[in-house]
Design a protein around this ligand. Sequence first.
Ligand code: 6R9
Length: 643
Amino acid sequence: MTQAADSRVAHLPTTQYFCPSGDYDEMWRRADQDPEGFWGEQAMDLDWFKRWDKVLDWKVPYARWFVGGKLNLSYQCLDRHMKTEVKNKVAFYWEGELGDSQVLTYAELYRLTNNYAAALKRLGVKRGDRIALYLPMIPALPIFMLACARIGAIFTVVFSAFSGQALADRVEDVEAKIIVTSSGMHRRGKILPLKDNAVEAAKRCPCVEKIIVVKHTGHNVEMDPSRDVWLNDLLAGCDEYVAPEHMDSNDPLFVLYTSGSTGKPKGILHGTGGYSLWIAKTMQWAFNTDAQTVWWCTADIGWITGHSYVVYAPLELGLSSVMYEGAPDYPTLDRWWSIIEKYGVTILYTSPTAIRMFMRHGEEWPAKHDLSSLKILGSVGEPINPEAWLWYYRHIGHERIGISDTWWQTETGGFMISPTPGIQPHFLKPGSATKPMPGIVPAVLDAEGKELPNGQTGFIVIKKPWPGMLLDIYHNPELYQKTYWSRFPGYYLPGDYCMKDQDNFLWLLGRADEVIKVAGHRISTAELESAIVGHSAVAEAAATSRPDEIKGEAIIMFVTLRKGTPPSVEIKNELTRHLRATIGTLATPEEIFFVNLLPKTRSGKIMRRLLKAVATGATVGDTSTLDDGASVDEAKAAFAELS
Ligand code: 6R9
């Protein structure tokens, strides 16, 4: 649960949005009553090689949009702008952590995408092949994503903070032929060895034939000539046009791994036509973008937010974007605000964690800069607490502009619930993502599947398919069915708690399952547990979280050690290192508690509710099904002692 409860009635006046051109209620009703008519009209804004035969084919749990239609997303993002004034417009203002920068126009991006596509083809990549992209926030990443889309290769981007092992798990599952990486990446003045991690993954995965290496850092990198190739060498002689593949609207575009309730991340599979349309439309609606927009989405491309709203949607809409490689507060605490001033950013889209971090640093840092170019602010990744919302509104927006708090998920492709100033502005309430996008029909259900009256908290479900909906879980349709469609048959289950207030505003209140959001990064308790028990000293483990002032949630682990290993600070540090090496830095626990027994039910299930209560210092509640009351006291004692 979030801190929303105390501010549910805090109304704010409508802020001065521009262009209140539409009628939100009317548009929402139209999309609900005649989805095929509505989406058929919207889809006319894309360039199709062949028009669809049917707008929607919906057989629970699979929705197929624009059936029979043919298009290519790299064509939407690039080729079609070559005929307009967008051609010479800036696509990306790239800013490196070291202060270096690069400006890429649409024409340059188009040329590079063709060259990269030619290079991939030269390595034998064909339509339907899988490619893993393990790159930092440098221009090569969006260019490879566009090049893959162009030739119909399915890509999976692996966040650069994931370890070599986590990369290997994903490469193996998707059976990638090629890993694209960089020599290294800059982070807070250090160089992280991405290439080494890629080699570790390639050694574990026989499917990998080649590693393409982008030269980004100056340090020495060992190359195995039978497997590794520098991008620059590969590009020599690739200065050519590559015709975009005519992809079927429901052909896969990418797989993005995300955490759920199992120990292994699942590959969310997104398609081409519905996805392309959904992200472009939702971006316009939530942020009222226009030709003058200078967009900055601060998310890493390794997450869905970066896929949809750093790379594809802004390019489809022909916008200029900022892309920044480094840490937000490096080398000085006003790095972000200086970037906004430098490029005249008009829309900033970021996470509550970042806002809370800046809040702690103090408003004097943004106050040093002219932020008057900003027209709209955005938030994503976790519930935004009203205090952070108000700080953002006051100290970044200067009480002049609104905040689009966008609720959505990897699986949904694009925004689901958000203010829609691009259609019609409405009142905002700090902490509420407000109303569903046209085409989104949510309901709040109790545990039995009964719709709850306004004011009560339950599970949010989505009653109808929407164009950005995932196609499937890669190679695992059973898990797809089970995860999203089995608890409340016929409805999509996102896994979040939600409350609809008396004004029909929606409050998204955090995950209802075993997924944790640490600084907006999604990770599951099962993943953490299976990683930590991989260490030879660990007998059993349970992961939970507690609220964190900055990161939203922090990871807390309870561990029983094997006989012969006594608890110590050394073993604690060793287990932290082990988690980071197995998953990545985002798996760093805030605290590890050693206990002799984990609290379990009589049927042997770990009592997570109880551990969570212990970790957060709340009252423990009903323990009548508990096997051994002593273990609860023990967990509590361990917590009290160590915290
Ligand atoms: C886009 C993204 C999805 C989960 C989602 C929810 C949380 C995201 C939110 C939000 C409240 C918001 N979440 N945006 N909760 N308000 N505006 O973050 O995708 O990484 O798949 O995470 O994030 O719990 O279920 P993903």
